[in-house]
Ligand binder design. Structure first.
Ligand code: ADP
Ligand code: ZN
Length: 532
């Protein structure tokens, strides 16, 4: 009977309750702990605060032998060791800053076998003496914290981490668990390759920030939309951040927000160092300020009471958007995020990637990220679910904390509208091959005889006036969704010419129906539903 009782006492749940005082595992912790308990290796991707530590601490305490934790920062090691000791765990740290006498003590405990968890710097671990010592010991696991330090792709590369590749050869039977908050696919693959984890699972989780209500809207009247958002999202004491796509826009935005009576500052990389420091100081001090900034603002801001984050321009990727909105609501209280975007943003971003000198492989990745961002912006289903999918995490069907879940958009069959718009674009094409911009195409659809329409005799076209059933705004909505769907391209360098793509063909031929969001073609003329 006794052995069974022992195993029960040492079960992961027991250790979780008894040692760490938590009632249950969170997210994917349990799955990861079971995997390691069974001797498996793997990579854990969780954001900061997601609960990575328990993923290795619990199995290290449950499995027989010594658990080794590789950590790049001495301060971090010391913190964790102090916390564990307070919880009654025989933990110790070994690194180059340790005074000689303390190092001797740590080694003596190790030799005696009383230490259960050893935190060690990578350079210390990979010394021959250390490896020889460990090869004679029973080892519970290796945890490689901040595993992105092994990759040269990121900005945190530590040459000492490269040596950790030998662990898989020298200790093939000891589980290796790498942990990081980085979700960048290239870095992830590099970590797996460097640490010999190609055949081991990747666990992603904990990315959800349920207290942040997320919403997105096509940019119509930018200031009006931001005003309304700020009004609904501010609590009068916390801060807000408006991310802008350019330095000039941060300055303009801060200026009109000040005219509106807000305490608004701006921040971008082109400012004088002193001005930047001052902006940081004002923000950190805890005043109820609004910061209009480029993405240069963000590192090292840990103000807990940022109540809202707005984006006036489409972020480059779901990863950047997630990171930026994640600056809101760190105190766990309700916070809001708003994303404004336009068809132009999408087109500009696509062109920028197209024309960048980056290698094709990188362009492919950037394009995929951008398209994922577009799909979040244009989502007809839960935005949070789509966002979490980008991190490989399954969200609920309906999060209840995004604008789509709160008020699901009505979809309607926009095939005919799409066909009208695309054929107006095609029929107004000039003999030279040039195309017109949206304004002119909408004038043709709506049957307006403008000087330009007259000049090109576009009032004689078959498509002239076929679009009186929708408003100008509605047609812009249709065009934007066609851009998002990839059926239309906006040639930025050519004054915003609309150019149909290959994807327009099946739509024009009636081979592919187009579902459009009713809201996006808001201010719709009354005949919208009776169409056809
Ligand atoms: P990370 O290393 O991923 O940044 P930590 O491991 O430091 O995150 O955990 C973040 C916080 O969440 C800690 O305060 C920790 O105590 C808490 N935490 C982690 N897992 C649980 C859990 N299962 N139940 C309750 N609190 C938890
Ligand atoms: Zn949702």
């Amino acid at each position: 009977d006794q052995p069974r009782q022992e195993t029960r006492e040492d079960s992961p749940e027991d250790v979780l309750h008894r040692v760490f005082g938590h009632p249950g595992f969170r997210g994917r912790q349990e799955e990861i702990v079971r995997h390691v308990m069974a001797g498996g290796s793997g990579l854990v991707l969780m954001p900061t605060g997601g609960g990575k530590s328990l993923c290795f601490q619990v199995p290290a305490l449950c499995r027989p032998g010594l658990g080794i934790v590789v950590s790049p920062l001495i301060a971090l090691m010391e913190d964790q060791v102090a916390a564990l000791r307070q919880q009654g765990v025989a933990a110790a740290a070994l690194h180059s800053d340790l005074p000689e006498d303390q190092a001797r003590e740590v080694k003596r405990d190790l030799a005696r076998g009383t230490t259960k968890l050893l935190y060690v710097s990578p350079e210390r671990l990979t010394l021959d003496g250390t490896l020889d010592f460990l090869s004679r010991r029973d080892l519970a696991l290796f945890a490689i914290d901040e595993a992105h330090c092994v990759s040269q792709w990121g900005h945190h590369f530590r040459p000492e981490y490269r040596g950790l590749g030998l662990l898989s050869q020298r200790f093939p039977d000891v589980p290796r668990l790498a942990l990081t908050a980085t979700a960048d696919p290239r870095t992830v693959e590099d970590i797996r390759a460097q640490l010999g984890l190609q055949d081991s699972p990747v666990f992603r989780g904990g990315f959800d920030r349920p207290n942040i209500f997320i919403s997105a809207a096509p940019r119509e009247s930018e200031r009006g939309q931001l005003r309304a958002f700020v009004k609904s999202a501010s609590d009068g004491t916390g801060a807000g951040i408006v991310y802008c796509g350019s330095r000039a826009r941060t300055e303009q935005t801060a200026a009109w927000l000040r005219e509106d009576g807000h305490d608004a500052l701006c921040f971008h990389a082109g400012m004088e160092p002193e001005a930047k420091r001052e902006a940081h100081r004002r923000f950190a001090r805890g005043d109820a300020v609004i910061m209009a900034a480029t993405i240069a603002f963000g590192m090292g801001i840990d103000r807990p009471d940022v109540r809202w984050v707005a984006h006036l321009d489409l972020p480059r990727s779901p990863e950047s958007w997630y990171q930026e909105i994640g600056r809101a609501g760190r105190d766990g209280l309700p916070a809001r995020a708003l994303l404004l975007y336009g068809a132009g943003d999408i087109a500009i971003a696509r062109h920028r990637i197209q024309e960048s000198p980056a290698p094709d492989e990188q362009k492919r990745i950037e394009r995929a990220r951008l398209e994922a961002m577009v799909s979040i912006a244009e989502a007809a289903t839960c935005r949070r679910r789509i966002l979490l999918r980008c991190f490989g995490e399954d969200g609920p069907e309906n999060c209840g904390a995004c604008d789509v879940c709160r008020a699901p958009p009505r979809l309607f069959d926009g095939t005919v509208a799409a066909q009208k718009l695309l054929s107006a674009v095609l029929r107004t094409r000039l003999p030279s091959g040039g195309h017109f911009g949206l304004g002119h195409v909408v004038d043709v659809l709506r049957g307006k005889v403008t000087p330009k329409v007259a000049q090109f005799s576009h009032d004689k076209l078959k498509t002239f006036g076929v679009g009186t059933d929708l408003s100008d705004t509605a047609w812009r909505g249709v065009a934007r969704q066609l851009v998002a769907l990839g059926a239309l391209d906006v040639a930025i360098e050519n004054h915003g010419e609309l150019v149909p793509t290959e994807a327009a063909r099946p739509i024009l031929k009636g081979e592919q129906p187009v579902m459009l969001r009713a809201e996006a073609v808001a201010a719709t003329a009354p005949r919208e539903r009776g169409e056809r």
